[in-house]
Design a protein around this ligand. Sequence first.
Ligand code: ZN
Length: 312
Amino acid sequence: MATADLLTASKHFTLERLADGVYAAIENTGFGAFSNAGFVDLGDRTLVFDSFQTPQAAQDLRAAAEQLTGKPVSILVNSHRHGDHVRGNQVFRDAVILSTELTRELIGQDRARVAQQRDGIHGYHASLPAKVEAAQTEEERRALEMQLSQIGEICETIDTLELTLPTVTFSEQLVIHGTKRRAELFCFGGGHSPSDTFLYLPEEKIVFFADLLFTSGHLAVWEDAREWHRILTRVQEEFAMDVLVPGHGSVGTREDLAKNLRYLEVFLQTIEEGKARGLSEDELQKLPIPEELAGLAYPNNWASSLRVQAVK
Ligand SMILES: [Zn+2]
């Protein structure tokens, strides 16, 4: 947004002021955020939307939120189960942590994964400098250096990471009535993940979508592209909105929502055409990126999304 103020409060993210008391925290790639978050001054209290991948990034987010709103954070929202949105939760242990019932259950299931990662990640981190040295191309070297930095951030706090569960749950909708503004949470089901919540500020026409919206690169379908398309279509039809904050990428507009819908259509159509040609599940999972989506960032998401959707 050309008119918004850009503030840098942390190496992990860049703050973007969207309205009085409403900020997006856009991830700085290569550090401890791994995704976007945000915070909202409700008047009598402050709400934070998502808590990043690492406690140290979450700590900076909390500090920025309290500094800029002048109030303690008393509500944290977890949009969905993925680690890059919830692993900073422990920093907000004294706040009410909100999510859907399903998301809470799924975060709990990831405890085993954290324990597993704790066992393996330090060794992996130690192996990376040699790989950077041995890189064959400049592109490969840059990718490995980025990985080294990101894995280093995870290593910094993995030993003290406590996957902290939401404390209050809802199923489809929750309205928080602040003295200054209202904040509405909606979950229309799951498309990116099994349960995807977004935050709507009706007066400001701002939506924090988390991973229901990507404004850069390939989408990551971890659940069901058809459902994702249904959810975004409903949001497009029913919500007045001007500013759309994605889970990954820079702050966007309604046009980005339309682009995501188109992406999902092309993705689903590619699979349908493959099925019509009689391709096996294995062959469907190897379908190449179609012309229309060529050149987008994060091409690895295409293959991982195919693995999920081809077996639907
Ligand atoms: Zn996600």
